[in-house]
Design a protein around this ligand. Sequence first.
Ligand SMILES: [Ca+2]
Length: 374
Amino acid sequence: MALAIFLRTAAALAVLTPTPALDVKQAADAMPMIIDTDIGIDIDDSWAIALSLLNPKFSVKLIVTASDFWPTLRRQTQVLADFLTRGHQKVPIGTGVTQERVEVPPNVNPQAIFTPESGFNLTSYAGPVYDDGVAAMVRVIREQQSLGRKTVLLAIAPFTNLAHALTVAPDIAKSTVVVAMGGSLAVGEGMSSGKFPEMNIKTNISAAQTVFKAPWAEFHLVPLDATANVQLKGPAYAKLLQSKTNASGGLLEALLHDYRYWATACPWANEGVSRAEPDIRSSDIYDAVAAFLSAELGTDSKRSSLDMVPLMLAVNESGFTEICNQSLEIGAAAAQHACSKWASPRPLSTAVGWRPWGRDHFDAYVDGLLLGSR
Ligand SMILES: [Ca+2]
């Protein structure tokens, strides 16, 4: 079965009953969460972090910085601490690990982190700061494991830290629920057709291969197919701009402030049809969709906002996400090789698009948390 038909069939099977899905106030017990982020390069991480911190469904235990652009990693931790400080947060944070590489992609200036105040002094941060963020990640997961609890790992960055954590502590997989932004099945950047070597995967392909193949308790993936061209705009965005008082504790103000800075400082913020326009709309907020997916964990599949399809996936040597389901023709040699070597141990819960009511629910989720009405 061709991919497009397969995905269309899966979407058609969805029951079209638009009942609002999220009701976080009913969560009996907050789920422990760790966020692995490359904040400071694109602004979408900041949206995902703010939304997760404000969601009562979760208790964020740790945020770790991730990057393979080694000169920037420590400064990204400073950016994270500064953002959290302005949002009156003191969640533990840590610095991740990098590959042994020095080259930096041409569109990323290692001296520029595109959020302000990147010289923030980490000693001023109100919460714990760990030099070894991966060790802290392992520690948190094992602590929760000992309490019989699973940890949600919101992975919104290249997969370097997760792969390293698996290497030093393979036991963590069985009690970890990964919700990751990454990959591309039939949609590329800017909604272009055809799959695309998405950045979180292409930046460290071997790490992504390791992570996709690991025996996680659960693995939920939101690729470009459901994240490209997702912006907050219209009344949903205007409400944030017009907010005089809210319950975000300063996170909304920090977010909008950093967005304005990023829109002027980042070279790619003003490229393409979805360029940053802080007075009108958000930029593409890929990672916020991953945060939204984590918020929908446990939702009845008939009510979910995203079209979730179980897919056996593998990352090939060039960073493409290959579908290895037996019902599909695995044509190219690269796909065959990837599927034989790197296929996920079972189908991954993969967002291939949005339900008809999904984007309205997403807007309500963002506004509800940032304005404090949820
Ligand atoms: Ca990110």
